[in-house]
Ligand binder design. Structure first.
Ligand code: OGA
Ligand code: MN
Length: 223
C-alpha cells in the first residue's frame, strides 16, 4: 500500500487533505487551480536539490506529439526534460504525494484517474513553449495536467510565466509566476497554455494524470 510509505506523518496528511480539497473545489468550479506555496516543504526541498545537482546531460530535448523532428520541435518548445521514475528519494516522495492527490480527486470528483507520468523541465534563458493543449479530445488519455515550480526568488521581471487561455480562444484567463512551491492543476483537454520566455533558468515538474483507455488489442497507458 502506498499509504504506508515512509516520511509521511499523519499531520502532513491532514495538511495535504485541505490542499487537495481546495484543488478539487477549484477544478469543479473553473477547471483549473493555481495555488502558491502548495507543495510540502520537505519534499520540495529534496526535489529542488535534485534539480540543482542534475547536469545538462541528464536532460534531453522533448518531443511534441508525433513530431520527432528536432528542428520542428525547437520552433514549438525549447525546454529540456527528464522523466521521473522514482530512482531517487525525492522522486519517490513526489510520486507518493501525487498518488495521494490522484486518490483524493478520484474520490471527490470521480475522475477515474488511472496513472501519472511526470518529468522535470529545464528552460534556459530565452526558452519557451508555444501555446498548446496537453491532450486532444477523444485522442489522448491525459485528463489532468499538473505543473509544480522550483524557482526560489522569482521576480516579476524574470518572465517565464505560464499563460492559461480560455478553451476556445485567445482570451487570457490567468498568468502564473513560476515561483517556488506553486502548483497548477488543470483539465488537459480544456485549456490552451504557453510558457513565455524567461530571463533566468527556470525549473518545473510537468505531469499528467491519465485514464485507462486499454482495449482488447492495446494496453494504454503502456506498463
Ligand atoms: C508542459 C507545460 C508548463 C510550465 O510541459 O506541457 O505546459 O509552466 N509546462 O512549465
Ligand atoms: Mn503543457
Amino acid at each position: 500500500m502506498l499509504n504506508s510509505l515512509p516520511f509521511q506523518s499523519s499531520t502532513d496528511d491532514i495538511g495535504d487533505d485541505s490542499l487537495f480539497a481546495r484543488i478539487a473545489t477549484d477544478l469543479n468550479r473553473q477547471g483549473f487551480s493555481v495555488i502558491p506555496n502548495a507543495l510540502p516543504e520537505a519534499m520540495t526541498t529534496e526535489l529542488f536539490h535534485q534539480v540543482l545537482n542534475m547536469e545538462s546531460e541528464d536532460f534531453s530535448h522533448a518531443g511534441i506529439g508525433r513530431h520527432t523532428d528536432l528542428t520542428l520541435n525547437q520552433f514549438v518548445r525549447r525546454d529540456e526534460i527528464r522523466w521521473i521514475d522514482g530512482q531517487t528519494s525525492a522522486e519517490q516522495l513526489w510520486l507518493a504525494w501525487t498518488h495521494r492527490l490522484q486518490q483524493y480527486l478520484n474520490r471527490r470528483l470521480f475522475l477515474g484517474l488511472f496513472s501519472y507520468e511526470s518529468h522535470f523541465a529545464h528552460y534556459q534563458p530565452g526558452d519557451f513553449y508555444r501555446k498548446h493543449l496537453d491532450a486532444f479530445r477523444g485522442e489522448a488519455n491525459r485528463r489532468l495536467s499538473t505543473v509544480a515550480y522550483l524557482n526560489p526568488g522569482w521576480l516579476p521581471g524574470d518572465g517565464g510565466e505560464l499563460v492559461i487561455y480560455e478553451s476556445d480562444a485567445e482570451l487570457e484567463i490567468t498568468k502564473v509566476t513560476p515561483a517556488y512551491g506553486t502548483l497548477v492543476v488543470f483539465l488537459s483537454e480544456e485549456f490552451p497554455h504557453e510558457v513565455l520566455a524567461a530571463k533566468r533558468h527556470r525549473y518545473s515538474i510537468a505531469g499528467w494524470f491519465r485514464v485507462n483507455s486499454s482495449s482488447y488489442d492495446r494496453v494504454d497507458p503502456p506498463r
